[in-house]
Structures are given as structure tokens and as C-alpha cells.
Design a protein around this ligand. Structure first.
Ligand SMILES: NC(=O)c1ccc[n+]([C@@H]2O[C@H](COP(=O)([O-])OP(=O)(O)OC[C@H]3O[C@@H](n4cnc5c(N)ncnc54)[C@H](O)[C@@H]3O)[C@@H](O)[C@H]2O)c1
Length: 462
């Protein structure tokens, strides 16, 4: 056992998923062999950073909870378009909390340093840009933008304003991903040739049929503000509370789910992204008015770079998987594989021998006696015992400690960059390089064509 590995304690743990929102499959582990990764850094605080949440739904409350776990961070206000969420924020954070339905009122406040944007996707670019221009640091949920052509304006604004902006695929900050990256860079699984992820679900929540509150009405919801740059239409609570199901506001399974894996792989391999994307799917089961597919698969070609070999990424989602649903994420190399679980992974190593031992399933067994013997003689002379040695498979298991939350580490990275005028792990350029292939998957599905993408310039190639 290497000294690096020895320092990991033995204990089982882990909470967050690489593919967030998914019910990860059972991860059977022999506890005796699990190396538990300990977070190296602890978060320091110099002066207080005051944050406001813009978009306080499922993720907005989750993000705020994680942000406030970082020492020296205070909540300074929230903005949401549904009154029930503002009321809930007061229940949780005190009746004096500043609340508003207009994000511009948050941006005008001098006592707010940073904002967490967890609105539907079609608002991400508008609010991020306005916030940075108003002098606020930005934590913006993934995908950074809803449309491919919106990304460069966000990158430009961040550079011009010098504000810190991080995108919220929190898995990038996970200590298990850091360990996987170290092992990949170490060559432990050889040259990567395939990344595959399957996220099959079997529940209405998994298929984005989230609860609609009974008091939803034009009085409790600011519908006009919600629409933003989306096409005008009359008040529709289903569209407001289940916005993911509509292309006007969301980005389908690609922008919602594929993007987590794309972000993690880009980080682990120091990759800029694929050059060719093809996607295909259909709406099979959830015919509830949605206009996005519930079965989608994408294939992406990543070219060889100085950082990694050429590999293929295969991503698939099925929201009506009658088998009960399952999750699988594998990074496959020529000498092993990393299989992801719920903030833990198993690394299996296996190397092909120089020469495969002469087996019973090979053409030589049907050669004439003379030819067969000649062939075996030739083989024995050509290959030494060592060349024929079969290496035993090895397996390592890694897990974060019980209760570990990669989201807290992601926020710590954000706040640390604000305090030190430093950099973040997932800046807008990273954000667009991850959003690009995800959004190109949607384009490929719509146009039924291969989409060519320039991952350096972050542009479609026509
Ligand atoms: N990082 C992750 O693991 C993760 C997981 C889930 C969701 N997300 C992302 O978080 C974002 C929110 O998703 P959710 O599941 O919380 O959705 P949600 O519907 O539960 O919450 C969205 C909230 O935004 C509010 N809102 C809409 N437009 C607004 C505006 N213009 N100004 C202020 N508030 C506005 C709505 O009232 C609603 O409360 C999405 O971008 C989603 O992709 C990320």
C-alpha cells in the first residue's frame, strides 16, 4: 500500500452524487478495503461575506444551506417569484430577512457581497451579468447559460468587472473527484478511451413532476417576471413550477444532468471538450405537456490533446425505466476502470499481457497437426514466460467520510476566491466549455444532425 493510500482512514461515507438528483444504485462495498478520503483544507474566515439567494426553490434553499456552513458567511436577503418561498425563507432565517420579488432590489443593496443564482436556466445569463455589473460576486447554478450564444457575454462581463464567478456543478470540488483525477493522471487506468454514464429513473419526481402548491395563482406568483425573455403566454402554474419540462425555460436532460458528468470529466482530465456531438431520443412516457424528450442518448468525440488520449463519451437518460431505474458512471482506460458511486468510487486495474497465452479458443487449434506444432514452437520461441504473464486484477475503493458535502467545498472555493482575489475551480470559461456540449446535444436532437463544436473557441462549427 502506498503512503498516500495509507493515510486514508477506513470508514464508509459519502452523500452527494456526481449525477445530482439521481437515485444512485446500491454500491456494495467491503468496508475493510475502503479508503476514506479526508478533506484536506478547512475553511478559513477573515471577514464576513454577506450573500443573497436569487431563486429560492429546491436548489436555492439547498445552496443557501451549504453556503452558510462555510465560516464567515451570512444571509443578507432572498429574491423569489413565488410568495410561499419568500415566506419559507423568513420561517427559516428570521422575520426580518430582506425579501423581494425583484432581483434588481437585491443588486442595489450595498450590504450584499455575493449572490447565489438558482433560478430556472433562462434567467442565468441575465442575472449573472447584471449582478457582476452591480459589483456582486456570483455563484450561478449549472448550466451557466440556456443557449450557446449567451456564454461569451458572461465570460466577457466577468473579465471586465473582475468579480468572482463560479458555476454550480459542485461535483468538480469533490474530494473523491480530486482523488480520481490524481489516479488518472498517475496512469492507474492507462489511457482513457471511454466515459459512459447511465441515469435511468422510475419515479414522477425523477421525471421532474415536482409538487405544485395549492395556493399557486397570479397573486402568489410573478408570472410576467418569470417569463423574462421567453415567449409571452397566460399564467400557467405547471410551466412555472415544472419549468424543466419546457424548452422555453430549461435545457432538458442534457443541460440538467449530462452537464454534471461533462463538468467532472473536464476537470478530471483537464479537457476542454469534445469536437463532435450526436444525440438522439424521444418522448416516450411523460406526455404531460412537456416538449423535451424523456429518453435521450448522446455520443461525444473528445480528440487527443496534450492532457488525454482520444476518447468517446456516452451519456444516457431514461425517465421511464421499467426495471426500476439505475445509475452507472464509468471512466474506462486501457488498463482499468473507475466506477462512480455516490461520492465514492471503485478503481479496478487490469493489464493485458504482452502476449495472450495460447488458449483453446483460437484459430491455431484447427490448423493441421504439422502447422499447429510449428505455430506453437514459433510462439514459444517468440514470447518469454514474462511476456505471457497474466496480471491479477486489483481493486481499490474510495469514499468520502460520512456527511461529506461537496457543495460546501464548492462554496468554500467561491468564498476563498472572494477573500483572496483568487481563482475558482469552475469559472465562466469552464462553465461554457461544459454547457457547450450539453446544449449541443439538444441541438443535435432537434436537428437530427451531428453538431461540430470548437472547444477552444467555444463556438459551433457550421
Ligand atoms: N447543482 C445541482 O446539483 C443542481 C440540482 C438541481 C437544480 N440545479 C439548478 O438550480 C436551478 C434551480 O433549480 P430548482 O430545482 O431549484 O428549481 P425550482 O423550480 O425548485 O426553483 C426555482 C426558483 O426560481 C424562482 N425564480 C424563477 N425566476 C426567477 C427570477 N427571475 N428571479 C427570482 N427568482 C426566480 C422560482 O420562483 C423558483 O422558486 C436550475 O438552474 C437547476 O439546473 C442544480
Amino acid at each position: 500500500m502506498s503512503s498516500n493510500r495509507r493515510r486514508f482512514l477506513r470508514q464508509l461515507g459519502g452523500t452527494a452524487a456526481l449525477f445530482t438528483g439521481g437515485t444512485m444504485g446500491a454500491f456494495s462495498m467491503d468496508e475493510e478495503k475502503i479508503h476514506v478520503l479526508q478533506p484536506e483544507k478547512r475553511h478559513m474566515s477573515n471577514d464576513t461575506i454577506r450573500v443573497a439567494g436569487i431563486g429560492m426553490g429546491i436548489m436555492g434553499f439547498g445552496d443557501m444551506r451549504a453556503a452558510l456552513k462555510v465560516p464567515g458567511v451570512e444571509i443578507a436577503g432572498v429574491c423569489d417569484l413565488y410568495q410561499g418561498h419568500l415566506d419559507r425563507a423568513k420561517e427559516l432565517y428570521g422575520k426580518d430577512l430582506f425579501t423581494t420579488r425583484d432581483f434588481r432590489e437585491i443588486l442595489q443593496r450595498k450590504d450584499i457581497d455575493a449572490v447565489i443564482i438558482a433560478t430556472p436556466d433562462h434567467w442565468h445569463d441575465h442575472i449573472s451579468i447584471a449582478a457582476m455589473k452591480a459589483g456582486k460576486h456570483v455563484y450561478c447554478e449549472k448550466p451557466m447559460v440556456q443557449h450557446l450564444d449567451e456564454g461569451h457575454a458572461v465570460i466577457r462581463t466577468q473579465k471586465e468587472t473582475g468579480k468572482v464567478m463560479i458555476v454550480g456543478s459542485q461535483g468538480v470540488s469533490s474530494i473523491t473527484l480530486a482523488e480520481a483525477k490524481r489516479r488518472i493522471k498517475n496512469g492507474d487506468i492507462g489511457e482513457i478511451n471511454l466515459v459512459e454514464a447511465i441515469n435511468d429513473r422510475f419515479s414522477s419526481n425523477g421525471a421532474w413532476q415536482y409538487a405544485i402548491p395549492l395556493d399557486a395563482s397570479p397573486e402568489t406568483v410573478d408570472w410576467e417576471q418569470f417569463l423574462g425573455d421567453a415567449p409571452k403566454r397566460p399564467f400557467d402554474p405547471t410551466r412555472f413550477f415544472r419549468w424543466r419540462n419546457y424548452r422555453d425555460y430549461g435545457t432538458g436532460v442534457a443541460g440538467d444532468l449530462f452537464i454534471h458528468l461533462i463538468s467532472a470529466v473536464h476537470h478530471a482530465l483537464d479537457s476542454n471538450g469534445p469536437t463532435r456531438i450526436f444525440s438522439s431520443g424521444q418522448l416516450s412516457y411523460w406526455k404531460d405537456g412537456r416538449d423535451v424528450p424523456d429518453v435521450l442518448a448522446a455520443v461525444m468525440d473528445y480528440p487527443k490533446t496534450d492532457q488525454h488520449a482520444a476518447f468517446q463519451m456516452q451519456l444516457r437518460v431514461n425517465f421511464a425505466d421499467g426495471s426500476g431505474g439505475s445509475n452507472r458512471t464509468r471512466i474506462v482506460g486501457s488498463e482499468g476502470v473507475i466506477e462512480w458511486g455516490n461520492n465514492k468510487f471503485t478503481l479496478k486495474k487490469q493489464k493485458l499481457p504482452q502476449a495472450e497465452p495460447l488458449g483453446t479458443y483460437d484459430a491455431h487449434i484447427n490448423f493441421s497437426e504439422e502447422q499447429k506444432n510449428a505455430y506453437i514452437k514459433w510462439y514459444n520461441e517468440k514470447y518469454s514466460e514474462n511476456d505471457r504473464k497474466v496480471f491479477p486484477a486489483e481493486e481499490f475503493k474510495y469514499a468520502a467520510p460520512v456527511g461529506y458535502d461537496q457543495r460546501v467545498d464548492h462554496f468554500a472555493n467561491f468564498f476563498q476566491a472572494i477573500r483572496t482575489n483568487g481563482t475558482v475551480v469552475e469559472d465562466p470559461t469552464f462553465g461554457l466549455r461544459a454547457a457547450g456540449p450539453a446544449l449541443a446535444s439538444n441541438l443535435s436532437y432537434e436537428k437530427k444532425k451531428i453538431v461540430n463544436w470548437d472547444p477552444i473557441a467555444m463556438k459551433l462549427i457550421k
